[in-house]
Design a protein around this ligand. Structure first.
Ligand code: KG4
Ligand code: ZN
Length: 369
């Protein structure tokens, strides 16, 4: 089965084909240079760029895969959460294609796809604990199976990636700043006492990064060498030691905070021995290292996708779509696009499992957000 995946939830237009043998091909056009001018994603511009590129990317993907469109059996598309205008471009394209080709159509929860991506190269032992750390989300899940993801905790304000991006912006780094902060941090010396580990003095699995953000912003404001740094910074080699050290201290504070709550979650759910780390911030080098170590020390395992599959991509959509299609799920063309903040309904049709015809799936295909 050739499953086409389409991702357009934010500022990446991405398409990929996955079949039973793995990834056949993948293309991605990032708009980050455009949005960097404005210091963040401009929704109207994002949807216009998706419109400009999606058709050409599809042609390019077919060419690279050596496939003709008729060889696509399933079209999977990210239906939410995300920017509504951006999502609509991918969803409209996917519906048109599925209709023209007579292919199966499936709308995918973007968060669910992030969580399952690591299954491409690894066997996931369920139940598993999952930490989704991206630009929009910092969520803990208890995953009983690939389909049952119960939310255990979430951020009360900024997501981890958002905190990296906002502090990076104050430091004069180009949006999105997480990757550059990671590179600078790797070259710097962290002061473990410089910034607080926020929102740990409680017994829950939620996060709040606003206090850390405020502390870092005021440190930068009070440090002339940081405040008056040359902007924008083009490369790691141009960076001063004081900037690298600041990034290292900030990264350490975020990673310490995430790891403390990972330990708390594992203590609370002693039957969980697998940790899935997913989302853009899962490509952070320090976080990957610390989480891997932590799971090894506890006799469990950390499953983390390769960095390219941590940030938004279409392979994760195609892979999740293929899994769902094989399990008999699909949507009809009335499927709605769901923007950030709205609940994604459990409205797939399961056409194969006896007695479960109709909308919804009793074994709860839910990924709360
Ligand atoms: O998953 P993703 O591509 O998009 C969302 O669904 O939000 O995550 C993007 C986020 C951005 O905030 C970006 O700065 C952050 O992931 N990020 C990183 C790193 N690479 C990307 N944060 C820290 N370290 C990195 N290496
Ligand atoms: Zn994402």
């Amino acid at each position: 089965m050739n499953c086409l995946g389409i991702e357009s939830s934010c500022d990446e237009t991405a398409l990929a084909v996955v079949n039973d043998g793995g990834i056949i091909g993948s293309v991605l056009a990032s708009q980050s240079d455009l949005h960097a001018i404005f210091g963040g994603v401009v929704p109207e511009l994002a949807s216009r760029e998706h419109c400009r590129y999606i058709g050409a990317l599809f042609d390019e993907l077919m060419h690279r895969c050596g496939l003709s469109p008729e060889q696509i059996n399933t079209v999977a598309v990210a239906r939410g959460p995300g920017l509504l205008g951006s999502l609509l471009v991918g969803v409209a394209f996917a519906k048109a294609l599925a209709l023209a080709l007579g292919a199966k159509f499936i709308g995918i929860n973007h968060l669910h796809a992030h969580l399952l991506t690591v299954g491409i190269d690894n066997h996931i032992h369920f139940p598993a604990l999952a930490l989704l750390v991206s630009g929009g989300h910092t969520h803990f899940y208890h995953m009983q199976s690939p389909w049952q993801c119960r939310q255990l905790g979430k951020t009360l304000d900024d997501a981890a990636g958002e905190a990296f991006d906002k502090i990076g912006k104050i430091l004069g780094l180009t949006y999105p700043a997480g990757r550059m902060m990671d590179a600078l941090a790797s070259d710097g010396a962290a002061d473990p006492h410089l910034f607080p580990r926020p929102y740990l003095d409680n017994d829950n699995l939620d996060f709040s990064f606003s206090g850390l953000k405020t502390a870092a912003a005021s440190h930068i404001e009070q440090t002339p060498a940081l405040k008056n740094a040359v902007r924008p910074l083009q490369s790691v080699t141009d960076a001063t030691t004081v900037l690298k050290n600041c990034c290292a201290s900030f990264s350490l504070a975020v990673v310490d905070t995430l790891c403390t709550k990972v330990e708390r979650a594992l203590d609370r759910y002693p039957t969980l021995h697998t940790l899935i780390l997913a989302g853009g911030v899962a490509s952070n080098s320090l976080l990957r290292e610390r989480v891997t170590q932590l799971m090894q020390q506890r006799g469990g395992e950390a499953l983390i996708p390769s960095p390219a599959l941590c940030t938004d991509n279409a392979v994760m959509i195609a892979y999740t779509g293929r899994l769902l299609a094989r399990a008999g799920f699909s949507h009809d063309l009335r499927m709605e696009t769901i923007p950030r903040g709205k609940t994604i309904p459990d409205d797939m049709v399961c056409g194969r499992v006896t007695g479960r015809q109709g909308h919804g799936f009793p074994d709860s295909l839910t990924v709360e957000h």
